[in-house]
Design a protein around this ligand. Structure first.
Ligand SMILES: [Zn+2]
Length: 267
């Protein structure tokens, strides 16, 4: 049986040509990228998809918008990064951006390993997170692995409210990325799946989680500008226990929760 092509590996192979084209403010044709990917120009879009997703997730200009059809001068049909009307605007942002500081996000991906297979291996063996982190090299793919792992661990549900719309879910770090050790950066024990709303409330300490997995809400003073609606929607969570992964070895580490809770982070 033929192995399925690893499109992240294909993406890795065109990151260089794409950023070079961007630096020289040139569009690039599908035909030119196909040999780098070892595929036909029809399939180039599949290898561009991980880059498009990466740029959206990292809020970077849409690098793949500069890949166009030789005849039409436009991106192919499968391209979803933006509406067709704003291509020239998207390309302008790509040309103006300094790509020199961006590491190839798929640098650590091999032909046989993708962010999917690495997330699955960390789901089974969470203690290997440091080893996988070092293998990945680039923050982009490390964050992709972390997101996939946390989504899987929490079965695509916000640990606070149970929202299960994948597009609105985010893998939150307990101890933030810059203060995390290599072991903690992509460890399930340093993550919680939260919806975008609860992630913001968690990051701003309006909603905290203690080492017993209970939600503790910030008391809002009655003289503040908060509406009673805010007060009610936040404080009703107080005392509830978050939804935890079925596998206990994927639960947040109480020590890390405690560190976060008391803001006793390494600076
Ligand atoms: Zn939520």
């Amino acid at each position: 049986m033929a192995r399925r092509k690893n499109w992240e590996f294909a993406a890795k192979s065109v990151w260089g040509p794409l950023t070079e084209a961007a630096k020289s403010q040139q569009v690039i044709h599908y035909e030119k990228l196909a040999p780098h990917m070892g595929t036909t120009s029809r399939n180039v879009g599949l290898g561009l998809e991980p880059i498009t997703r990466f740029c959206i997730d990292m809020e970077l200009p849409h690098l793949t918008s500069i890949v166009v059809n030789k005849n039409t001068g436009k991106p192919g049909k499968g391209f979803y990064g933006f509406s067709l009307g704003s291509i020239s605007e998207a390309q302008k942002r790509v040309f103006e951006f300094d790509w020199g500081n961006e590491i190839n996000p798929f640098a650590g991906i091999s032909q046989t390993e993708s962010t999917d297979t690495l997330a699955k291996s960390l789901y089974v063996n969470p203690e290997k997170s440091q080893e996988v982190y070092y293998r990945l090299k680039a923050r982009g793919s490390a964050q992709l692995v972390f997101r996939k792992l946390i989504l899987k661990a929490y079965k695509n549900k916000c640990a606070i409210c149970g929202l299960d719309i994948v597009e609105a879910l985010e893998a939150a770090h307990i101890v933030p990325w810059p203060e995390s050790t290599p072991q903690e950066r992509i460890s399930a024990n340093n993550g919680i799946l939260l919806c975008a709303n609860h992630h913001r409330l968690f990051d701003s300490d309006h909603v905290k989680i203690n080492s017993r997995y209970e939600i503790v809400c910030k008391k809002i003073s009655t003289t503040s500008n908060y509406l009673s609606f805010d007060q009610a929607s936040i404080s009703k969570l107080s005392g509830q226990v978050i939804q935890l992964p079925a596998r206990k070895n994927l639960w947040p580490d109480p020590i890390l929760l405690d560190r976060r809770f008391h803001k006793n982070l390494k600076q």
